[in-house]
Design a protein around this ligand. Structure first.
Ligand SMILES: Cc1cc2nc3c(=O)[nH]c(=O)nc-3n(C[C@H](O)[C@H](O)[C@H](O)COP(=O)(O)OP(=O)(O)OC[C@H]3O[C@@H](n4cnc5c(N)ncnc54)[C@H](O)[C@@H]3O)c2cc1C
Length: 383
């Protein structure tokens, strides 16, 4: 169907929402993004965007051949925690290199392109409900304002309220994993930048450079049972972080020693949503398929969703058919990636003899490991 002039309301101005708005706008739709925050912001941390996400960013004209603001990765180095001993190296995927972005920079690039193409943004606009009507959707804002659109896309994140409207209430499950996140100033420039994954019993740390090598990004994950609160952006104490990773030595120990303002949050999980759409309203990104961060794929999946959603309108005769086709195409892929990330949570934190055995295996198969996940990286949503 031709969506030129059709009104879309996108709920959520995160990476998934803005990418979807852009993909729809590029087909001539009239798109408004409703974002509850007063400005478009992302936490001050990094994102790895693998080739399956990069193809969408390029197709949306968000990045060109120079991959603005991103750092090209040459692979992942696996290390043991005590002295940072090298275990193995995973080369960059054959499908194409991953890029490291500061989240705010990537969202800024998407936002700039969306504004250039004529997407409208309503900031400080919290959506409280979406109603379905026979041939429209009604977006209801927190202040009571009601707006009719031809189709509403809910990209309102892992704690999506629109998802509750489509699927009913669900209790999130605490994964017993807690993530610390920080960036520190960094002045060393590696010729061939890599992510470093340092594994210890019950914990792991991932580090990689950002912003032209001026920052080092740190994600430190630990298993913990004493956490009840689901939320982002809680401040943590740097001394607490160091105490919990006290036995991590080598370069990662040095990096953790420089952290001053860590943020911390518990990793809660909801399953991939059972219902993604109801004919006029569809879920996208974390709202549809929240994932653990252990494959670094949440934002990449949201980018894939955005492209496939918009393209479904090219291929189908009406809004209802397009949203149904989008769900059919995206659900199995998202579920498979989410499951792979869940399996990695266990692999990274092995203890005792299991850890040593796994390290031996990694030594042998590390160089081939990226091939195991080539099905993730080589997926091209744009063809
Ligand atoms: C530690 C960690 C590391 C990660 N690393 C990577 C990585 O390296 N690579 C990768 O691809 N992914 C990574 N991810 C996952 C990635 O961050 C998410 O999957 C991605 O940000 C999801 O984007 P989204 O647009 O769906 O949702 P979000 O980014 O959560 O955006 C949702 C937006 O909706 C707004 N909103 C919510 N409710 C409303 C409402 N009612 N009305 C209006 N606005 C609303 C919010 O304010 C927010 O701006 C990581 C995640 C974690 C936790």
């Amino acid at each position: 169907m031709n969506i030129e002039g059709l009104k879309f309301g996108v709920i959520g101005g995160g990476i998934g929402g803005v990418a979807a708005a852009l993909a729809l706008r590029q087909r001539g739709a009239q798109v408004t993004v409703f974002e509850q925050a007063a400005e478009l912001t992302e936490v001050g941390a990094g994102l790895q965007i693998s080739e399956n996400g990069m193809v969408v960013l390029r197709a949306l004209n968000v990045v060109g051949e120079t991959h603005e603001a991103g750092i090209r990765s040459y692979g992942t180095l696996l290390r043991d925690y005590r002295a940072g001993r090298s275990i193995s190296e995973i080369p960059a995927p054959a499908a194409g290199p991953t890029y490291y972005y500061h989240r705010a920079d990537l969202l800024g690039l998407l936002h700039k392109q969306a504004l250039r193409e004529g997407v409208e943004f309503r900031l400080g606009a919290r959506v409280s409900r979406v109603h379905k009507h026979p041939s429209e959707a009604e977006v209801v804002l927190g202040d009571g304002t009601r707006l009719r659109v031809g189709c509403a896309i809910a990209a309102d994140g892992g704690r999506s309220e629109i998802r509750v409207g489509l699927n009913g209430p669900e209790a999130p499950e605490f994964t017993h994993q807690v993530a610390w996140r920080a960036t520190i100033p960094w002045a060393r420039r590696d010729q061939k930048p890599c992510a470093v994954l340092t594994m210890g019993p019950g914990r792991h740390v991932v580090t990689y450079p950002l912003r032209d090598h001026t920052l080092m990004n740190i994600v430190a994950i630990e298993e913990r049972s004493d956490w009840k609160e689901e939320g982002w952006r809680l401040r943590g104490e740097p001394e607490d972080l160091r105490a919990r990773f006290f036995d991590f030595g080598g370069l990662v120990g040095e990096i953790l020693g420089q952290v001053q303002e860590p943020h911390i949050w518990a990793l809660f999980l909801r399953p991939v949503a059972e219902h993604w759409q109801n004919g006029r309203v569809a879920l996208l990104g974390d709202a549809a398929h929240p994932t653990l961060p252990f494959m670094a794929q949440g934002a990449c999946l949201a980018l894939e969703d955005a492209w496939v959603l918009a393209r479904s309108f090219d291929e189908q005769s009406g809004v209802t058919q397009a949203l149904a086709a989008y769900e059919t195409r995206r659900r199995p892929r998202a579920k498979r990636v989410v499951d792979a990330a869940g399996a990695n949570a266990r692999n990274f934190h092995l203890r005792g003899p299991m850890r040593l055995a796994a390290q031996m295996a990694l030594l042998a198969i590390g160089p081939r490991l990226s091939r195991k996940y080539e099905w993730i990286y080589a997926y091209d949503a744009t063809v």
